[in-house]
Design a binder for this molecule. Structure first.
Ligand code: URA
Length: 229
């Protein structure tokens, strides 16, 4: 199977995706236009209903102009497991639920492999709540504008473990530019919560041999959870 250079770079984590501390001028101005710290503080005080409404009506970045709808997340709002992907694709944008396309079916199978099911002690969210047009990579200013929603979701859910799917989720949550291949295989922490990194299901659909590594990651997550109990 041929894999494009862009796909390889994307999954190997060659290009930095997220540097809030080193935001370019455009990102800084996006935060200012959308209220910056004030906006973040407001979001960090929201309850679930307010958060869902805010995502539905969000104009915090340019993506609201092209999306069909905001996609806040789906599942058990007090789940032990929080699964975090990158951004809604076309199917998710149309249906308003994360991971409902082909990658979503693989994610469901991955969850089933460790005895989990969507909605049952599992919450699924994305770093971005709005679809980037043509499924392009999230831009730093879009991530900066959207991250408070995910921060608040983590606070509300209080998961025992986070599974980060793919480079964008992993690098964003861990605030690192380290390649995904180096991030997987060990337990990290986000806001004090154990976090395990694995490949994005869309990547695995194109790189079948890496499913074996994803299985190892799922086992690591499962063992980490078992130790917490
Ligand atoms: N890819 C993601 O990262 N998230 C989705 O919701 C769908 C595809």
């Amino acid at each position: 199977m041929s894999v494009s250079r862009e796909q390889v770079l994307k999954e190997l984590g060659i290009a930095p995706v997220w540097r809030l501390r080193q935001q370019p001028a455009s990102a800084a101005s996006a935060m200012t236009e959308t209220g910056g710290d004030d906006r973040r503080s407001r979001i960090l005080q929201m309850d679930w209903a307010q958060l869902k409404e805010a995502v539905a009506n969000c104009t915090g970045c340019e993506l609201h102009k092209t999306r069909t709808q905001g996609v806040p997340g789906v599942g058990d709002e007090s789940a032990d497991w929080l699964v975090i992907g990158e951004a809604p694709g076309a199917d998710e944008d149309a249906q308003g639920e994360p991971f409902v396309g082909q990658a979503g079916r693989l994610l469901d199978a991955m969850l089933a492999a460790i005895g989990l099911a969507r909605g049952d002690n599992v919450y699924i969210a994305n770093v971005l709540k709005s679809r980037p047009p043509g499924n392009r990579n999230p831009a730093p200013e879009e991530i900066a504008a959207c991250m408070p929603y995910l921060e608040r979701q983590v606070q509300l859910i209080q998961p025992k473990i986070i599974l980060a799917l793919g480079r964008f989720a992993a690098q964003t949550l861990l605030d690192t530019e380290e390649a995904i291949g180096r991030l997987r295989g060990r337990v990290h922490h986000y806001q004090g919560i154990p976090l395990v990194v694995t490949y994005h299901p869309a990547y695995l659909l194109r790189n079948l041999p890496d499913k074996e590594k994803a299985w190892e990651d799922l086992c690591l997550a499962q063992q980490t959870m078992a130790k917490l109990k």
